[in-house]
Design a protein around this ligand. Structure first.
Ligand code: F6P
Length: 333
């Protein structure tokens, strides 16, 4: 659905953007880049609010340069987002594709996580021109070294571990800290190393598996005997809960144990510089792919280079954890 452009432009497109799934710091930087790079290329940019729900309910708004002023440093998403389970239904996906056509949208860019990439692909299979931009603090999306929001969440968790170390040391306590990530251990593993955790429980092995509880308890008691004033244990939510790990360790030590579930704190806050850079580069790259008539792809940054991955490959396989980093986590703890 290309239009004859004005003088000097090859083609002017109507490009829409929406944010879907769990929000993540940097989404606004992505929206800002899509709008401002798109306008610089002569395109018109629109937004749909609240993820795929806004597309189905035709809640569209025009975005101009002023629409995205002063948002690069704000967490969350000015377009708001949703987990819209109805979008799993084929008839709803068809309706959404029809809505794009009736709204005169030539291409849709979706900023979201693994589930949102699935929804984006479904739209593409219904005839829409679509490009995905990976955004999730979980960093569980294949086809990019990092997804937008992960670096910000990692910095938040590392800062929280430092604060918890202060009070743990003051009371000679064990702290079990539960972090997000759904089934991914990326936040837990990277925060464990960067935050100096003494043990990290990752998905794949239940956190309270007997051999793991035995290992953690031995580390806790050994540290106490060596005069260490605290022990910090990080638990990925995909491996279990901080409460069950604390109870299991408490049974094997005389020390006080406390827990901290970081929860949605990891989703908020001003995006890090790296996430602002990543989101800006991926957003602009998505516009360029759409303008070149590409569809069914997810943009990424791999080894410092901008890439494009077929959507089914992006959500069809899990981003594997770095085995070397896992070994390092044990060595440096
Ligand atoms: O996918 C991002 C994420 O923060 C997960 O790490 C977490 O398990 C989930 O979203 C929480 O979902 P909600 O925000 O709907 O409670």
């Amino acid at each position: 659905m290309f239009r004859p452009a004005g003088f000097g432009h090859l083609l002017v497109m109507n490009i829409a953007v929406l944010t879907s799934g769990g929000d993540s710091p940097g989404m606004n930087a992505g929206i800002r880049a899509i709008v401002r790079h798109g306008i610089s290329q002569g395109h018109q940019i629109f937004g749909f609010v609240e993820g795929f729900r806004g597309l189905v309910d035709k809640e569209k708004l025009e975005l101009d340069r002023a629409s995205v002023s002063e948002i690069i440093d704000r967490g969350g998403t000015i377009l708001r987002t949703s987990r819209y389970d109805e979008f799993l239904r084929p008839e709803i996906q068809k309706q959404a594709a029809r809505n794009l056509q009736s709204a005169g949208i030539d291409a849709l860019i979706v900023i979201g996580g693994e589930g949102s990439m699935r929804g984006t692909d479904a739209l593409g299979k219904n005839g829409a021109s679509v490009i995905g931009v990976p955004a999730s603090i979980d960093n569980d999306i294949y086809g990019t070294d990092f997804s937008i929001g992960f670096d910000s969440a990692l910095n938040t968790v590392v800062a929280m571990l430092s604060k918890l170390r202060d009070t743990a040391s003051s009371h000679e306590r064990i702290f079990v800290v539960e972090v997000m990530g759904r089934r991914s251990g990326s936040i837990a593993l990277n925060a464990g190393v960067a935050g100096g955790a003494d043990y990290t429980c990752l998905p794949g092995t239940p956190a309270i598996a007997p051999e793991q509880v035995k290992e953690m308890t031995a580390i806790v008691n050994s540290r106490y005997r060596r005069g260490k004033t605290h022990t910090l244990i990080v638990v990925a939510e995909g491996a279990g809960s901080a409460a069950e790990v604390a109870a299991a360790i408490h049974a094997g030590t005389d020390q006080e144990v406390r827990i901290s579930v970081l929860g949605h704190i990891q989703r908020g806050g001003s995006p890090s510089a790296m996430d602002r850079l990543l989101a800006s580069r991926l957003g602009a790259h998505a516009v360029d792919l759409a303008a070149a008539g590409k569809s069914g792809l997810m943009v990424g940054l791999v080894g410092g280079r901008l890439t494009a991955t077929e959507l089914p490959a992006a959500f069809g396989q899990k981003a594997a954890l770095d085995a070397d980093l896992y070994r390092l986590a044990k060595e440096v703890a």
